[in-house]
Design a binder for this molecule. Structure first.
Ligand SMILES: Cc1cc2nc3c(=O)[nH]c(=O)nc-3n(C[C@H](O)[C@H](O)[C@H](O)COP(=O)(O)OP(=O)(O)OC[C@H]3O[C@@H](n4cnc5c(N)ncnc54)[C@H](O)[C@@H]3O)c2cc1C
Length: 417
């Protein structure tokens, strides 16, 4: 009996590829009728890149993304607070990648179809319910566009990889309600612009109130395709409408807040003005859950632990989930015991990360410096010592499982290349 997977996002596709590698039969059901390369940039941390390398996808990653070399934090006056090498330059055996989310999703889909055939993914089929059976689980499939019933499929277990608005999570935790908004709106876009700093730098500028994140996701001749996110904390009266990754944003709603952020290392207003398209999305997450697994059904990826996109860990954690679950299903068979073992290993650390990101994760350094030197500084060492900055940067890494030595020396989760 197969493992049934709801959702062909980055998490569901990585789970499919991992189960194929582990020799466990599976089938993916995806709600949309055609997967398209939606979204803008995301980062894959070395712990996630390692897993994709062990799936034999190094060349594909190099095709859809750039190997990140540096992370740098700047005050709202554009002054450097902290910079550190990233990926292999930091000593990891695997790179960090800055990639286009949709490009990565398409690369995973293509690899899955090449390895398992086109029947591995059924599109236009949302999982809208399930019931336990003597053999495991029977799912109900529906065409979301037409509402047409598409019948059922039987499997041993059901893995909900259906994202932040997971139908399956809502049924397992009926009292939870919608995703929670903490007050920050994000305007996102991509712009062809200058190569700044290393040409492979992720920059964070400002404070929690008004922040600009920028990093290149592709080289375009002498230039970079810069992925950027403008965060603004709104007042309580602001209505954030719905969560739609494709909702168009308007320049006038946020550009004025960045009007004088033209620095010698990057002209932020020019980057914003140069965008091909701008999208608006509320920064939402969900409370950590006390339980993911209910008999033959469990949650994975954003369905299990949607978190703020701070510290660049959402997709990376979904990839780790997929690898740990595939190993459990291989070793214990496709049954509830495997799901419980997966949850025991993954839920506590990921829940801690959701909460750390709510506290602004590694970006908190921006607010600490701004509170001590609101108008900028001549010498950062007089505001926050090097030792304090180093300790701060190391703290989040240990919560996020990004300790260099620990990652480099720990055995592979599932084996592979
Ligand atoms: C269209 C889109 C654009 C995004 N853009 C960005 C971005 O620009 N920046 C960023 O940081 N994050 C973005 N994200 C979120 C990011 O992809 C995730 O945080 C992360 O990759 C974890 O992925 P996931 O596979 O758990 O969930 P998701 O990427 O959300 O994938 C879930 C998948 O499940 C499908 N699905 C939903 N309900 C059902 C159902 N009932 N049955 C079957 N299938 C179902 C969805 O269509 C989707 O393909 C985006 C997500 C989506 C869906």
């Amino acid at each position: 009996m197969s493992v049934l997977i709801a959702g062909a996002g980055i998490a569901g596709l990585t789970l499919g590829l991992s189960l194929h590698q582990a020799g466990v039969p599976f089938r993916i059901f995806e709600a949309v009728s055609e997967l398209r390369p939606l979204g803008v940039g995301i980062n894959l941390q070395p712990h996630a890149a390692r897993e994709l390398f062990e799936l034999g996808l190094e060349a594909e990653l190099d095709q859809v993304g750039l190997r990140t070399e540096e992370v740098a934090y700047f005050s709202a006056q554009g002054q450097l607070i902290w910079a550190e090498p990233r990926g292999m330059l930091a000593g990891y055996r695997w790179p960090q990648y800055s990639v286009h989310r949709g490009g990565l999703q398409m690369a995973l889909r293509d690899a899955l179809i090449a390895r398992c055939g086109p029947d591995a993914i059924r599109t236009g089929a949302a999982v809208t319910g399930w019931q336990e059976t003597s053999g495991g689980v029977r799912i109900t499939l529906t065409n979301r566009k037409t509402g047409a019933a598409l019948g059922h499929a039987d499997g041993a277990v059901l893995i909900a990889c259906d994202g932040i608005n997971s139908t399956i999570r809502a049924q397992l935790h009926p009292d939870e309600g919608p995703a929670q908004w903490g007050g920050t709106m994000m305007w996102r876009g991509t712009t062809v612009g200058p190569r700044f700093r290393t040409g492979r730098t992720v920059s964070m500028t400002g404070t929690k109130q008004v922040k600009f994140v920028a990093y290149p996701i592709a080289d375009i001749g002498e230039h970079s395709l810069i992925n950027w996110i403008a965060d603004i904390h709104m007042d309580d009266a602001y209505e954030w409408r719905q969560q739609d990754w494709n909702r168009q944003g308007r320049l006038e709603d946020f550009l004025p807040r960045f009007a004088d952020w033209s620095f010698d290392w990057l002209d932020i207003p020019a980057v914003i003005r140069g965008a091909e398209a701008i999208y608006e999305y509320p920064m939402v997450d969900r409370d950590p859950l006390p339980r993911w697994t209910f008999g033959p059904v469990t949650l994975l990826g954003d369905a299990a632990h949607a978190m703020y996109p701070i510290g660049s860990n959402g997709a990376s954690q979904g990839i780790l989930d997929a690898r740990v679950l595939a190993r459990a299903l291989r070793d214990k068979g496709p049954n509830a015991n495997a799901l419980e073992a997966y949850e025991e290993e993954r839920r506590p650390p990921v829940n801690a990360l959701v909460l750390a990101n709510r506290g602004d994760g590694p970006d908190k350094i921006l607010d600490i410096v701004a509170s001590r030197a609101p108008d900028g500084f001549d010498d950062i060492d007089t505001v926050m010592s090097l030792e304090e900055r180093e300790t701060f940067a190391a703290g989040y890494k240990s919560i996020a499982g990004m300790d260099i030595e620990a990652l480099n020396t720990r055995p592979s989760i599932l084996g592979g290349a």
